[in-house]
Write a protein that binds this ligand. Structure first.
Ligand SMILES: *Cc1c(COP(=O)(O)O)cnc(C)c1O
Length: 360
């Protein structure tokens, strides 16, 4: 049989989400972060929907190349910068901008003083301790970059938050003040906030916001969905019901026999599994929709199939649409049952799933 799993991308939701970010950002420029194939939604289609973003943020030069090949002339920022001198040449050729976060990258730039100017974003570590120079070195590094004939003197100063989704965690306030203290004397534009920063930390708005999740309607704030903040889910993952079985009380379902039927009950089988990116960690009880009725996972998710408690879906019929997540069933809720975050689920949809679009 043909595989039935479909990821439908809602183009109008992507557009509306960008407009909503613009309103919240109150004049700050918006970098639309489209790494990981636009959080699993498809790089080219999302870039089309975000065509008027002030910049795109990508994780690789290859993604920058795809955006240029699709005809986009927006600024494009490679969020982890160059790894080798050949990367610098490629970035210049494609007019990409480089985040500079490490001494080795500065050394590469300094080693080619006569190369054409490259636009750079200077990344400061204010407490996350992943990428970035120690914030106290901001002034020294800024001057070194400004003095370089091979880099553009208009340098954007940036940092990244570790816990901005915890709106009452003052670690973010400390990161903001570390950043302000380190950059006070410097004239460049500022870029601090990710999605959660835009929602929870308006004092960190700066000149740029770098937004991924919310553009796709995704939230990482504990217990909150993107819709709770006025954003629209941009992906519906669905499939079909391919079997309905009556299973007797006391019988067990699926690999490992992890679920025991508490009574005689209808158990549905839907054509999707971890081979499609539906998480194997989704526990019994994880909600799904069969048509418009609520059902739930029973037993283990297998590679191609899931098994469903249909006791609350008495009208279920073979061929019914089964929705795993989408506007009517927030992926944030599914993520909670699977012990992960929404981003990992949308990024994890695999290549055998058919992608479709609605809206324009
Ligand atoms: C991924 C990323 C973002 C976007 O984060 P969201 O939580 O998806 O908004 C912003 N800045 C940097 C440096 C990133 O790597």
């Amino acid at each position: 049989m043909a595989r039935s799993a479909v990821a439908t991308i809602h183009l109008d939701a992507l557009r509306a989400n960008l407009a909503h970010i613009r309103a919240l950002a109150q004049g700050a420029k918006v970098m639309a972060v489209v790494k990981a194939d636009a959080y699993g939604h498809g790089l080219e289609r999302c870039a089309r929907a975000f065509a008027d973003a002030d910049a795109f943020g990508v994780a690789s030069i290859a993604d920058g190349l795809r955006l240029r090949a699709a005809g986009h002339r927006n600024r494009i920022v490679v969020l982890s910068g160059p790894d080798a001198p050949s990367d610098l040449a490629e970035m210049r050729r494609l007019n990409l901008e480089a985040v500079i976060h490490h001494e080795s990258q500065l050394a590469m730039l300094e080693a080619e003083p006569t190369a054409p100017r490259l636009r750079v974003w200077l990344k400061l570590d204010t407490g996350m301790h992943r990428l970035g120079f120690p914030a106290e070195r901001a002034a020294e590094l800024y001057e070194r970059l400004q003095a370089l004939p091979s880099s553009d003197p208009d340098i954007v100063l940036m940092t990244h938050f570790a816990s901005s989704d915890e709106f009452d965690n003052d670690f973010t306030a400390r990161q903001i003040s570390n950043f302000e203290n380190a950059t006070r004397e410097l004239s460049g534009e500022r870029a601090l906030s990710n999605s959660a920063g835009v929602l929870g930390w308006p004092q960190a708005r700066g000149d740029w916001v770098r937004v991924g999740g919310l553009l796709y309607g995704l939230s990482v704030a504990e217990g909150k969905t993107g819709a709770d903040f006025g954003f629209q889910a941009a992906m519906t993952l669905s499939t079909r019901l391919i079997a309905i079985n009556r299973v007797k009380r006391g019988e067990r379902i699926g690999y490992g026999s992890t679920y025991e039927c508490p009574e005689d009950m209808p158990v549905g089988v839907a054509a999707i599994g971890y081979g499609d990116g539906y998480p194997r960690s989704a526990a019994s009880g994880t909600p799904v929709l069969v048509g418009d009725a609520q059902a739930s996972i029973v037993g283990r998710v297998s590679m191609d199939l899931i098994t469903l408690d249909l006791r609350n879906a008495p009208g279920a019929r073979l061929g019914d649409v089964v929705t795993l997540w989408g506007p009517k069933l927030p992926v944030e809720i599914v993520a909670q049952y699977a012990g992960t975050i929404s981003y990992e689920l949308t990024c994890g949809v695999t290549r055998r799933v058919l992608f479709a679009e609605d809206g324009h």
